[in-house]
Design a protein around this ligand. Structure first.
Ligand SMILES: O=C(O)c1cc(=O)[nH]c(=O)n1[C@@H]1O[C@H](COP(=O)(O)O)[C@@H](O)[C@H]1O
Length: 231
């Protein structure tokens, strides 16, 4: 498979377990997401080791700062050779534009630059607490529009929001979605889930899946079954 749709969330608190898992899977079957926990423990060398093993890495650090600082941070991500990196859309249009400009010199080697809109953990009350009177759904749409205007490649969203966002923002605007559970898998702490097939049907481009794969006795088999279900 040349364009794997599954992005495995590598949420391990030690490198030995992470590498033991990575040894069981293939870069042709999935991409890998490294987030704040693993990056803070193990740093850029860990990311480089994954890139050197041939994996496309989504560096999920959700940058949110002044435009100059975020532009430098996404440049550092590009230097690491990652496939995708993200920022918070609420950092604003100028911040996102400057980040995108910083990646221009990398041409077709530049990482995809995507934005987080409203975290799925945020409720309407949480937004009101921030002085935002839009509903979470309206705020997601608002920030996704801003992300597109800034020229970014897509957004992280819940599968429930995917269909509307795809219709409004076009097929080339990438949607990256956690909260995916194959039929029969444990839901864990995810609240609103979709199966891989359902998510692809509503227009999701990349499926972020962690524990159903990382905690499986035979991760390669689970991954192959998911890939077959969305072929
Ligand atoms: O930004 C994320 O990656 C993320 C956003 C969100 O709203 N919900 C969410 O679950 N995630 C991440 O997606 C991954 C999902 O992992 P599993 O629940 O184990 O499949 C974890 O790394 C979460 O931190």
């Amino acid at each position: 498979m040349n364009d794997p749709k599954v992005v495995v969330a590598l949420d391990f608190d030690n490198q030995a377990d992470a590498f033991a898992f990575v040894d069981k899977i293939q870069p042709s079957d999935c991409r890998l997401k490294v987030g704040k926990e693993m990056f803070t423990y193990f740093g850029p060398d860990f990311v480089k080791a994954l890139v050197d093993r041939g994996f496309d890495v989504f560096l999920d650090l959700k940058f949110h700062d002044i435009p100059n600082t975020v532009a430098k941070a996404v440049t550092a991500a590009a230097e690491l050779g990652v496939w995708m990196v993200n920022v918070h859309a609420s950092g604003g249009l100028a911040m996102m534009q400057k980040a995108k400009e910083a990646l221009a010199p990398y041409g077709d080697k530049a990482p995809l630059l995507i934005a987080v809109t409203v975290l799925t953990s945020m409720s309407e009350d949480d937004l009101i607490g921030l002085g935002i009177t839009k509903s979470p759904g309206e705020q997601v749409q608002h920030l996704a529009n801003l992300t597109k205007r800034a020229g970014l490649d897509g957004v992280v969203c819940s599968a429930q929001e995917a269909e509307t966002l795809k219709n409004n923002l076009g097929k080339d605007f990438k949607l990256i979605t956690p909260g995916i559970r194959p039929l029969g898998a444990s839901v864990d702490d995810q609240k609103r889930i979709m199966t891989p097939e359902q998510a692809i049907d509503v227009g999701v481009d990349y499926l972020v899946i962690g524990r159903p794969i990382t905690q499986a006795a035979e991760p390669q088999k689970v991954l192959q079954d998911i890939n077959l279900s969305i072929k």
